[in-house]
Structure formats: C-alpha cells, structure tokens
Write a protein that binds this ligand. Structure first.
Ligand code: LMR
Length: 400
C-alpha cells in the first residue's frame, strides 16, 4: 500500500551532514549545520553543563515523573527572565506565559499552532531569506506565509528600505517573524536605531512580533546585548511572541530544550492563553522531556554556574569572531578576487558568503567542503587548521 510513496529529498541543512558522513575523505569539513566545534574540530559539552549534570546525578531525590504539560516551572520562569531581563515589568505584572518546548523549532511550532487557532490574522511575514525550516513550520501549523525584503545581495547588508516598505504594506495585524539577533543565514542584523524604526512601524500597524531567539549570547558574547531587540518590543507594553532555544548558547543541541513566551496585555489574558497553549501541546507530545530543562534551570538559578556559563559563552563567540578574521586574512593573502569584508562584518554563527550553488557544488566535489547550497558557512565549524583549506577552496571556486 505504500508503493506509490516517492522518496523525499534530504533536508537542505541537515541533509548536508548526511552527505558529509558518507564522504570517506580525510580532508572533509562540515560547515553546513550550525553546530559549534572546538579548535580541534570536536563537538563541545560546556563545563558548566557537565557540572549541572553531575548535580542532577548526585541528587537522589530526583525522579523521572512526567512534567506538567507546560514543562518545568522553574525553567520557564528563569527562561523568561533571561530573554526579557530580570527587571522586566511584563514579568512583574504576570503578563508573560512561558512554556517549555522542544528547542527553538518546537517553540515556533507551538506558537504558530496557537496563532492559527486563536489569532484573527493568519498571515505571517518572514524575512527573505530566512532559516529554511521557518516556512515549513508556519505553513504546516496552518498559517499563510509571505516574505518581506531583508537582505540586499548588492551591499551584502540589510535592505532596510525594502523591509520598511514591505512591512508598511502588510495587512493590519499580520504576524512578523523577526530574528532576535545573528540573523540566520545572512549574519546581518538591524542596528538598534533600525530596530526602533521597525518597532514603531509594526506597532503603528498592529503587526504582531514573533521573535526567533536562537543565538542569545552567541552574536556579541553578551546575553543582554543579544536580547535588546526583544526587550525593546516588550518595553512598549504590546504583545509579543518569543521562541527561545538553548541549542547553541548552552550547546544543548540534542537535548531539545527551549521555551515559548507569549507576552500579553494583562495577567488574566496570559492565564487564558496558557490554558489554550496546553491544548496545543497535549495532543502533540503530551509534555516535554525533563533532563535538558533541569540542566538549564540548575545553571540559571545558581550565580556561580551562571557566571561560568557567560564566560564559556563569550569564549565560543570570540572563537567564532576570530575565525572570521582568519578567513578574511587568508583570502586577502591569496589575492582572492572580490570584496570579502562581509566575512568580518556579519554577526553570529554564519557567514553568507555570496558563493553561488555551482561554486558550492564545486567546493564539495573537489575540496570535500560541505555547506548549504545558498553559500552559507558555519563559522563555528572552522578552526585555525581548516581555514587555509577553506580559503583555497573559495579561491579556486571564484577563479574557476
Ligand atoms: C542551522 O540553521 O544550521 C541550525 O539552526 C540547525 C538546524 O536545525 O537547521
């Protein structure tokens, strides 16, 4: 009965890892998925995560009971504080409902499912380009997806005018997906002044912000700086959706730990919204897993562990920034044609190189370098040892 089923293509991002794993070459380099690697090219478990896990293991009172539908209460409270700020009036006024979800993707999906059921405007505007999973998440949740101009290939920067025009002509009340910081895949963020213009425009039209915060602390090395865009929108008292992921900033990729916060106008509304979000979650996966959220709560609640985390986070962010400089210098040293200054200007995990799909295919075939076909490379996957190989490959690709 399934003989008619056609083979689906691999995922454009995770499929890169599948192809990489099949390549026997010792030279192979995976710059596809956004996952942090050490200078030795190894995945990193943060020291602070190991300590928190040890605490969990040592605590004999811990059990493996079901969490509530909304997840671990302490994790939710601390997650809201982390993104909104400890002194957030919205938290003080109990206007925020936060539910533990399956990392950033799960948080986006739960938020989108809620919106499709309870919000009058079913259209969501997403930046062009954006993370490849965004349109799929929102479409499958029942929203209608449109895009707004974001990236300008000519300047390799923000198309601010285009963004304002497109959001300015969006229907009143439309949902707008915003990357809180370190825009994926471009690494191009609005300045604070530009964020303020975006906020004013969106609020004047009643557009609903839905933030995807996957890189808090990863862009600048500071948790507070990377949350400024979100906090700006929440400070004006309006509604806001925020999907938070701990995959990158705590290296908890496989634990699938994240949170969805919905900032409402009153505590009463927030309570009712939460009751409906529970009806979204229960038939999907019943309740979230306990381990990852317990690790996060242990770190966020303890001043020493928290400080240690910020230190490790800054070290990861700094290593990525140093890889930008090294790659830029290596291309300059080779006299590679083109202006590569965007490598050092862009922010976060990725560089949007400007390489086209043919050049990417060439680099994969001849140099065993794996990256997404849109020319995005994960700077977090590079090391001092592999930069020359990548620079050689880019040089060869653009001088073919
Ligand atoms: C990425 O963009 O590489 C990451 O967000 C991982 C993913 O799930 O796609």
């Amino acid at each position: 009965v399934f003989s008619h089923v056609v083979r689906a293509p691999e995922d454009p991002i995770l499929g890169v890892t599948v192809a990489y794993n099949k390549d026997p070459s010792p030279l192979k380099l995976n710059l596809g998925v956004g996952a942090y690697r050490t200078e030795e090219g190894k995945p990193l478990v943060l020291n602070v995560v190991r300590k928190a896990e040890q605490q969990l293991v040592n605590d004999r009172s811990r059990v493996k009971e079901y969490l509530p539908i909304v997840g671990l209460a302490e994790f939710n409270k601390l997650s809201a504080k982390l993104i909104l700020g400890a002194d957030s009036p919205a938290i003080r006024e109990n206007r925020v409902t936060t539910v533990q979800c399956l990392s950033g993707t799960g948080s986006l999906r739960v938020g989108a499912e809620f919106l499709a059921r309870h919000y009058h405007q079913r259209t969501i505007y997403i930046p062009q380009p954006t993370w490849g999973n965004h349109p799929k998440v929102f479409t499958l949740a029942g929203l209608s997806v449109k895009s707004y101009r974001y990236y300008d290939p000519a300047t390799r920067g923000l198309n601010f005018q285009g963004l304002l025009e497109d959001l300015g002509s969006a229907p009143a009340g439309a949902i707008v997906l915003l990357h809180a910081c370190a825009h994926n895949p471009t690494g191009v963020d609005p300045t604070l002044q530009q964020w303020e213009r975006i906020r004013q425009l969106m609020r004047s039209k009643g557009l609903l912000p839905f933030f995807d915060s996957a890189y808090q602390g990863f862009a600048s090395g500071s948790l507070d700086s990377d949350a400024q865009s979100v906090r700006m929108f929440v400070a004006d008292g309006g509604e806001c959706f925020i999907a938070q992921s701990y995959a990158k900033n705590l290296g908890l990729y496989g634990e699938r730990v994240g949170a969805l916060s919905i900032v409402c106008k009153t505590a009463d509304v927030a309570g009712r919204v939460e009751s409906q979000v529970k009806l979204v979650i229960r038939p999907m996966y019943s309740n979230p897993p306990i381990h990852g959220a317990s690790i996060v709560a242990a770190i966020l609640r303890d001043r020493d562990l928290f400080n240690e985390w910020t230190f490790e986070l800054k070290a990861m962010a700094d290593r990525i920034i140093s890889m930008r400089q090294k790659l830029f210098d290596a291309l300059r040293a080779r006299g590679t044609p083109g202006d590569w200054s965007h490598i050092i200007k862009q922010i976060g995990m990725f560089t949007f190189t400007g390489l086209n799909p043919q050049q990417v295919a060439f680099m994969t075939k001849d140099y065993h370098i794996y990256m997404t076909s849109d020319g995005r490379i994960s700077m977090a996957g590079l090391s001092s040892k592999t930069v020359p190989h990548l620079a050689d490959a880019i040089h060869a690709a653009v001088t073919l």
